[in-house]
Design a binder for this molecule. Structure first.
Ligand SMILES: *Cc1c(COP(=O)(O)O)cnc(C)c1O
Length: 384
């Protein structure tokens, strides 16, 4: 089955057996516990909703097929999915992460897991030699994001994963920015693909959720154990909401990308713009690799204005359709200032080292009409 068919049908097969009601969509199974006839034989395998729930299972099955993995587990947030991956490690283990990693991930690494004796270092994975320099005998995990947040850097996923495989190191790709529609990390050799489903997968700014997808059987058992043992599961209602979002994922992604490309064309002709970061631009450093490993460039872009910090904020505050808000990948266009919002928890020194200037603006292009979005950007640019 092709992507859009899978997204609609996988996990949602109507139960037409005797006693089944034929629901076309999976019902929200709110029951916390499941009765059984025989002591040692849980009905349909369900015992207690933390360890397994039919609505959550439907979503997990759908996610497994979307990324062509062997298993998937859904969590209460992207960060709790990331936590579950980190909980497979032990004291003394070392993690190498891309330097441009999501701010909340970096905070979790440095301010939570570092306290439990796990060591983290950060590198620029666009440079293969730099990655090699960071890897040590106790390196157990390589953390990749591509495209990255907010500079839209592209990592050659296949090349990093091949290097890691030779050294028996697990590779995790945070695939949030590309979505499963435009990028399949498992096909590129990654051990794990991970999402904040709060973003493109959910897509409607109404659920916080995360997931982990993989195909290694032993690792899958470990993640399943941690999902139940640590307990940060996705609720039945939220699982239902995410499944609903997934049905339109392919349509939304096409529109996000189409709009992003039109906005990039507009911005590139405007003389108040200093620099645009979008992997679809031929002059973008990662354009060739993006073309190779992604089937589209998605709807995230960043840019810098030729303006002072004050004017940059004035521009943002004068937008009428595009909202100033954190989060991304949702139907409504959202704009933000990383240095004072999403990346404010990173010390300024570290921010500047990775090229995240005070003038940088990140735009999550929604699926409104591109003409209206461009008109909105244009009127706010005229003010400054
Ligand atoms: C939002 C985000 C996360 C965290 O996910 P939550 O659902 O907010 O917990 C992780 N990685 C990336 C790339 C994100 O954008």
């Amino acid at each position: 089955m092709k992507f859009s068919t899978t997204s609609i049908h996988s996990g949602n097969k109507p139960n037409l057996k005797a006693g089944g009601s034929g629901d076309v969509i999976i019902p929200i199974h709110l029951s916390t516990t499941f009765a059984r006839k025989k002591i040692d034989n849980p009905t349909a395998g369900y015992e207690y909703s933390r360890s397994g729930n039919p609505t959550r299972y439907a979503l997990e099955k759908n996610l497994t097929n979307l990324e062509e993995g062997k298993w998937a587990y859904a969590f209460s947030s992207g960060l709790s999915a990331i936590t579950a991956v980190l909980l497979t490690l032990q004291k003394g283990d070392h993690v190498v992460s891309i330097d441009d990693v999501y701010g909340g991930t970096r905070r979790l690494f440095n301010q939570v897991f570092a306290n439990f004796g796990i060591e983290f270092t950060y590198g620029d994975f666009a440079n293969n030699n730099e990655l090699r320099r960071h890897v040590k005998t106790n390196t157990k995990l390589i953390w990749i994001e591509s495209p990255t947040n907010p500079l839209l850097k592209i990592v050659d996923i296949a090349s990093v994963c091949q290097f890691a495989r030779e050294k028996n190191i697990i590779t995790v790709v945070d695939n949030t920015f590309a979505s499963p529609y435009f990028q399949r990390p498992l096909k590129l050799g990654a051990t794990i693909s991970l999402h904040s489903m709060t973003k493109y997968i959910g897509g409607h700014s109404d659920v916080i959720a995360g997931c982990i997808i993989g195909n290694d059987k032993i690792l899958g058992e470990k993640i399943k154990f941690i999902q139940n043992a640590a307990g940060a599961i996705l609720s039945p209602f939220d699982s239902f909401q995410i499944l609903k979002g997934i049905k339109t994922l392919s349509l939304r992604m096409e529109k996000h990308e189409e709009n992003a490309k039109k906005i990039v064309t507009f911005l590139s002709k405007n003389d108040k713009i200093k620099k645009i970061y979008y992997p679809g631009i031929p002059t973008h450093k990662g354009n060739n690799i993006a073309r190779k490993q992604m089937s589209g460039f998605s709807g995230m872009l960043s840019f810098e204005l030729k303006a002072s910090l004050r004017s940059t904020l004035t521009f943002l505050e004068n937008l009428k359709i595009i909202s100033i808000a954190e989060s991304l990948g949702v139907v409504e266009s959202l704009i933000e200032h990383p240095a004072s919002m999403t990346h404010a928890s990173i010390p300024r020194q570290d921010r500047e080292k990775i090229g995240l200037s005070d003038g940088l603006i990140r735009l999550s292009v929604g699926i409104e009409d591109a003409y209206d979005l461009i008109r909105d950007l244009n009127q706010a640019l005229k003010i400054i």
